[in-house]
Design a protein around this ligand. Structure first.
Ligand code: FES
Length: 561
């Protein structure tokens, strides 16, 4: 078996190669026979500090087993991970989006330096997945991503809970509508163990859409972290890696315009996170594909939103497996002509071949996924908004439940902290458009997520009574009338920087317009006195590098442009 694969080994360890490398590989326990085999780097974002990544090092061992059983050498290495759930609402959030690019850089760096013939990434949590895929696209060597899996739902007093329940309990605590005992009960029971946040938040959005794009195995996004199928998937990756090595099916054969369309169609159908916009723009950039936010709008225009999943709906990712998993959803979308079946995937087969044996969705037996003819919303929930407040685009999440039009007066908060202060002082009131600015890719820096403010608003029962706009991001867990990713950002002098308390703002999701109703003359006058708020802690280090290199939100916040 190894004989057949030898020709794909490009390591420097063969006879004519680097003797020091050979000596070192003997030192780690490889044999003479192993020296001829392809070497597969196994990149794990495992770390003990959060449930999304807790078990990934263990899964990497199963991947290694499968790789070795198929005549290759598997070598585990590690890269960083950052938990969005834990960084939300504090300065740590500035480091979250930059972690995506550090993960991409570090996987690219190790695989290039060690000259691995292929790479498997074992990842969980929001930034780890796009980071890994960006590295794979840059490297363009045989590659497979495996997802650590979703967490099971938590339970307290017969209520099913997840991470957002904890944030919303905070809003209820502030509003005085939850007892101390119940607050504690929710916090202590929201997350029962290992796995990524359990709704259709960013991790599950990326996992299911990457599966649709073809870079992970069928069912990878459906198995919860604690499901036996997850370990089996990791071991089965060995056979898949052998196939893509032999056939030289490379990431840039898999990531194409059509497969990006498949991925974004899945995001729209399932009601996924707005972060997917940033991440797929970045993945397309890494793969050298010209793909813009307007392409994403086109996909949204033609894709009904059909999944009743959290945050806006009632079900969890774990419930998807019972109805047949993501392959069943893909099979249905394929039958309806919504996705391209001919795209090649990491199994060596096409999308159509992969989903052929998946069970058909039974619309009588379940109400998680609706038929296209009876959608929650006839088009996608992600809408690209333009107007004098977002000349280069903003990203709205409009599920239809919050309406499609909002008119209100501005309540301006320079940074997220100012919003909390206003919230605590009772200054957040019905009819306001809360403007949280200086939270963009450069101004944040790092374009932090605004989950804590939106969850606080939801918890206080103001969800349908106020709207929020920002140059920061929203968590996949965010719901309500929100527009984020506003570009140009306030720090760059976007019109967002010129808004004052009491200005009239309209958000029209029908016409996709975000408008500040202040005359051009008045805005020109305000601009004369405007100075950017200086980001506070970027003298040196990782945020300094990010601040200097990051591209705007409408280009995906990449750092290698
Ligand atoms: Fe990791 Fe939510 S914090 S998936």
């Amino acid at each position: 078996m190894a004989e057949n694969l030898n020709k794909y080994s490009r390591t420097l360890t063969q006879e004519s190669g680097n003797p020091a490398a050979q000596a070192m590989l003997y030192a780690i326990g490889l044999t003479e026979e192993d020296m001829k085999k392809p070497q597969i780097g196994i990149a794990s974002t495992g770390y003990e500090g959060n449930p999304c990544n807790l078990h990934l090092n263990g899964l990497s061992v199963h991947v290694k087993k499968g790789i070795e059983a198929n005549g290759m050498v598997g070598l585990i290495f590690h890269t960083i991970g950052v938990s969005d759930g834990m960084t939300n609402g504090n300065d740590g959030m500035s480091f979250s989006l930059p972690s995506r690019d550090i993960i991409a850089d570090s996987i690219e760096n190790v695989v290039s330096a060690q000259w691995y013939d292929g790479v498997v990434a074992v990842v969980g949590c929001d930034k780890n997945m796009p980071g890994a895929i960006m590295a794979m696209a840059r490297l363009n060597r045989p590659a497979i991503m495996t997802y650590g899996g979703t967490v099971r739902s938590g339970r307290y007093k017969e209520q099913k809970l997840d991470i957002v329940s904890a944030f919303e309990a905070y809003g209820k605590k502030n509003a005085g509508t939850i007892s101390d005992e119940d607050y504690k009960g929710v916090i202590q029971n929201s997350i029962p163990g290992q796995g990524a946040c359990g709704g259709m938040y960013t991790a599950n959005t990326m996992a299911s859409s990457i599966e649709a794009m073809g870079l992970s195995m069928p069912y990878s996004s459906s198995y919860p972290a604690t499901h036996e199928g997850k370990k089996q998937e990791c071991e089965d990756l060995g056979a898949a890696m052998k196939i893509i090595l032999e056939k030289q099916i490379l990431p840039r054969d898999i990531i194409t315009r059509k497969s990006l369309e498949n991925a974004l169609t899945m995001v729209m159908a399932l009601g996924g996170s707005t972060n997917a916009v940033l991440h797929y723009l970045a993945i397309a950039h890494s793969a050298g594909i010209d793909f813009t936010i307007d392409d994403i709008q086109e996909i949204s225009d033609r894709t009904p939103f059909i999944a009743d999943l959290k945050p806006s709906g009632k079900y969890f990712m774990e419930d998807i497996l019972a109805l047949g998993g993501v392959p069943s959803v893909m099979k249905y979308l394929l039958k309806k002509g919504m996705i391209h079946g001919e795209c090649i995937t990491v199994t060596g087969k096409t999308v159509a071949e992969n989903v052929e044996s998946a069970p058909d969705l039974d619309f009588e037996a379940q109400d998680i996924i609706r038929p296209l003819e009876r959608p929650i919303k006839p088009e996608g929930h992600i809408q690209i908004m333009y107007g004098n407040l977002s000349e280069n685009g903003g990203v709205a999440k409009i599920t239809g439940k919050e309406g499609t039009y909002f008119e209100g007066v501005a309540k301006v908060c320079d940074k997220e902290e100012a919003m909390f202060e206003a919230f605590a002082n009772g200054e957040i009131k019905e009819g306001q458009v809360i403007v949280i600015r200086y939270e963009g890719p450069r101004g944040g820096p790092g374009m932090p997520e605004m989950l804590k403010p939106t969850a606080a608003i939801m918890g206080a029962g103001l969800g349908s009574k106020v709207a929020m706009i920002t140059d920061g991001r929203f968590s996949g867990g965010t719901h309500g009338f929100v527009v984020g990713h506003i570009s140009p950002e306030a720090y760059e002098g976007g019109t967002l920087a010129l808004v004052e308390d009491g200005d009239k703002i309209t958000i029209n999701a029908e016409t996709r317009e975000l408008t500040l109703h202040v005359s051009d003359e008045e805005l020109a006058e305000r601009r004369k006195n405007w100075k950017p708020l200086t980001p506070p802690f970027i003298e040196q280090g990782v945020l300094r590098k990010y601040f200097k290199n990051v591209s705007p939100a409408h280009e995906g916040c990449v750092t290698d442009k």
